[in-house]
Design a protein around this ligand. Structure first.
Ligand code: HEC
Length: 212
C-alpha cells in the first residue's frame, strides 16, 4: 500500500520557512519547519549532497588550475566549459538531473524557477541570521519528484569573479565578463554569503522505493 510521507505541501512549507526564519523562531538546526524525512528520503538527501560536493570539488580544482595557468581573465571561458561539462557528466553518471542555479545568475541558462527563488530566500534568511542551514529535500507533490537543494557559499576563491565590482573584481576582468554575459547579475557577493545552489532532481517516489 502506498503511503504518502509529505508533511507539508510546498506552499505551506515555503510560507512557513520564510515566516519562521525571518522571525528567528527556528531552532530545529536549519531543517525546514515541520518537515521530517523518512529513511528513503534521507538516503536521497545524502546522495544529492555527495553529488553536490563532488561537483563543487571538481569545479573548484579546475578553476584553481585555470587561474594559476592563465590568470583570472583566462579562467573565465574555462569556468563556462567546465561548469557545463561537469554538470552534464554528473547528471549522466548518476542518472539524475543535476544543475546549478542562483538568485543572481551570470549565465541566464542557469536562471532560477519560482521554487529555486524561494529556496534561495530560505537559505539567505538562515545565513543572514547567522543560523546553521542544512540542505533541503523538497517534495514536488504534483509531479512525483523530489528536489535536493544544496547551498553554494562564497569563499575567497570566488571574489575575483563574483565579489565587489572594482574592489575585488579588476575592471578588465569585469569587462570581459560583461562581454560574454551582458546581463550578468552574479557580482557584489561577500565571502560567507549564498552564491547559489546545486539542485538534484529525483524522479522517484520514495514511498514506492521503500515499499512502506
Ligand atoms: C574566473 C572567474 C570565476 C571565478 C573565480 C568563479 N566563477 Fe563562478 N562563474 C564564472 C562564470 C564565467 C560563470 C558562468 C558559467 C556558465 O556560463 O555556465 C559562473 C557561474 C557560477 C555559478 C552558476 C550560476 C550562475 O551565476 O550562472 C555559480 C553557482 C558560481 N559561478 C559559483 C562560484 C563559486 C562558489 C566560486 C568560488 C569557489 C566561483 N564561482 C568562482 C566565473 C567565475
Amino acid at each position: 500500500m502506498l503511503k504518502r510521507h509529505f508533511v507539508a505541501d510546498l506552499f505551506l512549507f515555503a510560507l512557513l520557512a520564510v515566516l519562521y526564519t525571518s522571525c528567528g523562531e527556528t531552532d530545529n538546526g536549519g531543517a525546514p519547519p515541520k518537515m521530517t524525512y523518512n529513511d528513503a528520503e534521507q538516503a536521497m538527501l545524502k546522495q544529492g549532497q555527495e553529488i553536490a560536493q563532488a561537483g563543487f570539488k571538481v569545479l573548484s580544482a579546475r578553476l584553481a588550475a585555470a587561474i594559476e595557468k592563465d590568470g583570472v581573465n583566462g579562467a573565465i571561458p574555462v569556468c563556462k566549459e567546465a561548469a557545463m561539462s561537469i554538470t552534464d557528466s554528473l547528471s549522466k553518471a548518476v542518472g539524475l538531473d543535476v544543475r546549478r542555479t542562483s538568485h543572481k545568475v551570470r549565465n541566464i541558462a542557469n536562471a532560477p524557477d519560482g521554487i529555486d527563488k524561494l529556496m534561495a530566500d530560505y537559505f539567505t534568511n538562515f545565513i543572514d541570521a547567522d543560523k546553521q542551514w542544512k540542505p533541503v529535500l523538497l517534495p514536488m507533490k504534483t509531479r512525483k519528484e523530489y528536489r535536493g537543494y544544496y547551498p553554494i557559499i562564497m569563499n575567497g576563491q570566488c571574489s575575483s569573479c563574483h565579489g565587489v565590482v572594482e574592489k575585488d573584481i579588476p575592471n578588465d576582468t569585469y569587462e570581459l565578463i560583461l562581454q560574454q554575459y551582458p546581463s550578468d547579475q552574479a557580482v557584489n557577493f561577500f565571502p560567507g554569503s549564498l552564491r547559489g545552489m546545486w539542485v538534484v532532481t529525483f524522479n522517484e517516489d520514495p514511498a514506492e522505493v521503500s515499499g512502506s
